[in-house]
Design a protein around this ligand. Sequence first.
Ligand code: ACM
Length: 640
Amino acid sequence: MKKLVLTAVAAFTILTGYAQTDANLGIIPAPVSVVKSTGSFALSGNMLILSQPADTKIAQMLKEFLATKGVAAKIVSVKTPITANQKVILLAQDSENKLPKEGYKISIKGNRIVLTGKDAGLFYALQSFMQMVPSEKANGNYPIQNAEINDYPRFSYRGLHLDVGRHFFPMSFLKKYIDVMAAYKLNNFHWHLTEDQGWRLEIKKYPKLTEVGASRNGTIIGNFPGSGGTDNEVYKGYYTQAEAKEIVAYAAARYINVIPEIELPGHGSAAIAAYPELSCFPDRDTPIGANAPWSGPRTGKQVQQTWGVFDDIFVPSENTFKFLENVLDEVIAIFPSKYIHIGGDEAPKKYWKESEFCQQLIKEKGLKDEHELQSYFIQRIEKYLNGKGRSIIGWDEILEGGLAPNATVMSWRGEKGGIEAAQQNHDVLMTPSTNGLYFDHKQSVAEDEPLTIGRKGKGFAHYSKVYNYDPVPAVLTEDQKKYIKGVQANLWTEYIETPAKAEYMIFPRVYALSEIAWTPLNRKDFKNFSEDRLSLHLAKLDKTNTNYWVPPAVGQPEAIVTGENHVVELKSPIAGAKIYYTLDGYRPSENAAEYNAPLKINVPQGQQKVLKTIVITPSGKRSIVAETVFNNGAAEVKVK
Ligand code: ACM
């Protein structure tokens, strides 16, 4: 009987996206503490939102959200007399500053919902509250579970990066990206603005950066190095300073800081194409492999059309420093961020080795080698930016040749750089490509995955890998651990040409990112995340014209299972999605059998059966085809 009741509740959850049964009330990232009590608040029309004047913007956001649910609300002063029967949402200030930074509380009881917090804290209370509202009404209202929530972040820095150099993304998409960040309490947007394949920010003093550097004559087709040539199409785009300021303001209204990245001394081919004197060898043609796919002229300085790391990097001349200082002056005027990212990664030293000027400079400055020359380069830029009240972030290569005194290190080649930097008492942001935080990696090894970096069937980062990552390395001492300021995921876009594909690559991994960035370790629970909460959030995406990676059915064993008799119980990963399956080797589709009860799979001795499933969501999105081989002593295991 008990089992029957539970099943009925579970079915109801799937149908309505009703989060009451979940220990975290459907909230991602999971809060620090959720204490449920009996009963619920019936959210329906004629709500009053009580707000101080300082919180009017957040009150307005709440009102607009309620309107999307068909719930009318009026914003009134907190001093308005209220009768006991009137249902209200009170936006309360943390007037005694008792909550941790960015922290908030939610109390739901009787006819009162109280969201308490200051600035970002109150904004985050609103984000959590919006996630608690069921997607569908029950008995004419949206029931919100009575509960007390207490919440604050594990890390002060919670980042998401976007490379707009390899591919350019429209303003509308940047805003959508920032909206996603805000909903999941991420607070730093790392905007990778300059690359070998395109310079994407207007700099008024150097108009050729965008006249020349924002445009390439073609783009390689398929995986680098490729055999399909280029598409022979001019590809271009950049953001005006007014547009960049618009993004900064849009993000700030959502408590997100925008960190611009201006790459130096490497990844500068586009800038060098615009101003060849930034190169050690202004008269040398851009290095292009003899067999590299290419469109248009191969001579002179060119914006790159293929992916990779290129030898033509900035020369550390006074002219280059003046150029970079002038560029950074304009960057600083657009971006109020304390941090400016200066790149520092993947700068081959070949040209510096070959350059008489560079070798002379190494001698003059008493440097040991080209790595120390890079360190000299970065330290000069740091000094300049520190003088303007800003701090630098650099990729972990800035450790080589000695760290600039005040630099923050972004650890991307695994955790090693981050560990080293923390041991040298430098702030660290963890974004290791080895631990699932490179969202350009594919999400499964299935054949169906689209073109991504890496070869078919190799190297992938499922959201569980992201979820299981702890940004604080165990090898650090307690004191050193304090230097780990946060975590970030990166979206490099060599193989991501459109907003739809960018969405496909970030969802659902961005949910896992938000939980490792925000939720304390003792509150993390992968089963609860993946089986109870994820489905609600993906179901919401499914309704909002957003693309995403559809997870395969929950409960399907991976790879090969041995034995004769099996029972496979599957669960839809998304509220309302259907599972179809085959056992005959054919690819499943909506024409295959629909899963609606546990499958009994019997395999005679010496044989094997292959279960193939696909999930199809209400909007028609499809998962990869997941396969399990049930083998009972067959000599050769074959998957069609
Ligand atoms: C990087 O992925 N080159 C930072």
